[in-house]
Design a protein around this ligand. Structure first.
Ligand code: PHE
Length: 491
């Protein structure tokens, strides 16, 4: 599909960011999203609290930052979207590798948009009726079926609308307005939460240290996967964004700023989520839950808080929605930019065709949370790790003098040799190992899911639901929701 007779086929001059801040905020907008507020809090809760936090920081520095700089170097060095960038800086043999990036962005957006749709619906509820009791049942209703599908489609339409307008007027402008808003909301709620009685218990949970977790290979895998997911790495999004750079930006510094901002939002999101839940005595929700922490625990907390809860809850879901939107924009842009560069489509045509195709592929995820979990595991964890491996090998071994490209606008940075060394010798074996472990784990999980059809390692979220009631083959919710292992919801 990606094969093109000759390159380049683009007819319109390549767009460029108008300001440095615009580029940095757009990249931060891509990085900060559901990963920071939803994935990060449940992974921390599941994987030993502060131990996971420490490991995550180490992985951000040792793996995330070097890969981000490598993606920037590929993007700015080639001024192309990933498929063309790899063939241009490497050779035609790299085209399938570029195609993996695009496929990965395509797949992640297909289900990411479903979750983003849930956040829209919760925000809408907060405005219209406030938060009602029975958050578990509501989540069962909202997360699968016709409603989920409708909001998924609405979210895709909004994303298509913004990307179709272009890099400066669409993506950059949206990020300039929405990112400061998101920071303000997250910080505001974290401060508010600090004053709730019982907040201390939330912090204690967040910072509890089970340091044995650091030695656990699964925890390590989760930390690496989260570093990739959270920084939007391993699928060429950062390659694409850097391809719109014209000036000699200081790429190492900007990578540091973007990773720093991403970490800060995740960290502060933890400071808002855990105190809110613990202040209201809903702590049992955190212990075992994953997806449910946010989508069941928090609405329950907002309901219990009364009037202020409605406002805080609305702001919270608006922040989630905003984060999801700027991330979704970056994923769609990756696919669109590839279609423009490789097939020669206009932006409008590329955006509509790609957007509609992604929306269609997301339909099964909207109808079944179990399916959503499978796609997340395959694309959101495995494919991005594979993508990271490709980036490391490409910049470490194939690309001619990546240090020279990195030095443009930055000068020679002292740790460039260490960066290249990591990309060449450390990251490829480490990522290969994690990939193999990941494939084994995923196969086991998926096999387990089928084996569990009868005796589930999955749980009902609605206590009164009859056992097996949610097992309809069509995946449509009928009062009970079956989720794959790893997405266990509180009963
Ligand atoms: N980084 C985004 C988040 O944390 C998700 C994302 C992944 C966006 C990959 C783009 C590419 O939610």
């Amino acid at each position: 599909m990606s094969a093109t007779p000759r390159e380049p086929v683009t007819t319109v001059p390549r767009e460029q960011w108008s300001t440095r801040t615009g580029f940095v905020l757009a990249a931060v907008g891509s990085a900060v999203g559901l990963g920071n507020m939803w994935r990060f809090s449940y992974l921390t809760a599941e994987n030993g609290g502060a131990a996971f936090l420490v490991l995550f920081i180490v992985m951000l520095l040792l793996i995330g930052l070097p890969i981000m700089l490598a993606e920037f170097v590929i993007g700015r060095g080639s001024k192309s979207s990933p498929i063309r960038a790899l063939t241009q800086l490497g050779s035609g043999k790299w085209r399938p590798a570029g195609a993996i990036f695009v496929a990965c962005g395509f797949l992640i957006l297909s289900y990411y948009s479903v979750i983003a749709g849930w956040t829209m619906r919760y925000a809408g509820d907060a405005i219209i009726a406030g938060f009602q009791p029975g958050a578990g049942e509501r989540f069962a209703q909202y997360s699968e079926g016709g409603g989920a599908l409708l909001f998924h489609l609405i979210f895709m339409v909004v994303t298509i609308g913004i990307v179709s307008v272009g890099v400066r007027k669409g993506i950059e402008r949206t990020a300039m307005v929405l990112m400061p808003l998101l920071f303000a909301i997250v910080a505001g709620i974290a401060i508010y939460a600090a004053f709730l009685p019982g907040a201390g218990a939330g912090y204690a949970f967040y910072f509890q240290t089970d340091f044995r977790a650091i030695l656990d290979l699964d925890v390590l895998r989760a930390a690496v996967g989260q570093a990739f997911f959270s920084l939007s790495l391993g699928m060429g999004v950062m390659i694409t964004f850097a391809s719109y750079l014209s000036r000699e930006d200081h790429l190492p510094k900007e990578s540091g700023m973007i990773a720093g901002a991403d970490f800060l939002v995740a960290f502060v999101a933890g400071l808002m989520v855990f105190p809110l839940i613990f202040a209201l005595g809903l702590s049992e929700m955190v212990g075992e839950s994953t997806i449910g922490t946010l989508f069941i625990g928090l609405p329950e907390a907002f309901h219990a808080m009364g009037a202020p809860g409605r406002i805080v809850g609305l702001l919270f879901f608006v922040a989630l929605f905003v984060g999801a939107l700027t991330s979704a924009i970056s994923m769609l842009e990756l696919v669109v930019s590839s279609a423009i560069d490789s097939i020669g489509w206009t932006r409008m045509k590329a955006t509509i065709v790609a957007g509609v195709a992604i929306a269609l592929v997301g339909i099964p995820s909207a109808l079944s949370a179990e399916w959503l979990g499978v796609v997340d595991e395959i694309a959101g964890t495995l494919l991005v790790t594979l993508g990271g491996l490709i980036v490391a090998v490409f910049v470490g071994w194939v690309m001619m003098s990546p240090e020279a490209e990195a030095a443009k606008g930055a000068g020679r940075v002292r740790w460039f040799p260490a960066w290249r060394f990591l990309l060449r010798w450390v990251l490829p074996p480490v990522l290969t190992l994690l990939l193999i472990l990941g494939i084994i784990g995923t196969v086991q999980n998926i096999a387990g899911m089928f084996a569990d059809e009868v005796e589930p390692a999955t749980e009902m979220i609605e206590p009164e639901a009859e056992p097996g009631a949610g097992e309809g083959a069509d995946g449509l919710q009928d009062g009970a929701l079956l989720l794959p292992e790893g997405i266990v919801l509180p009963g």
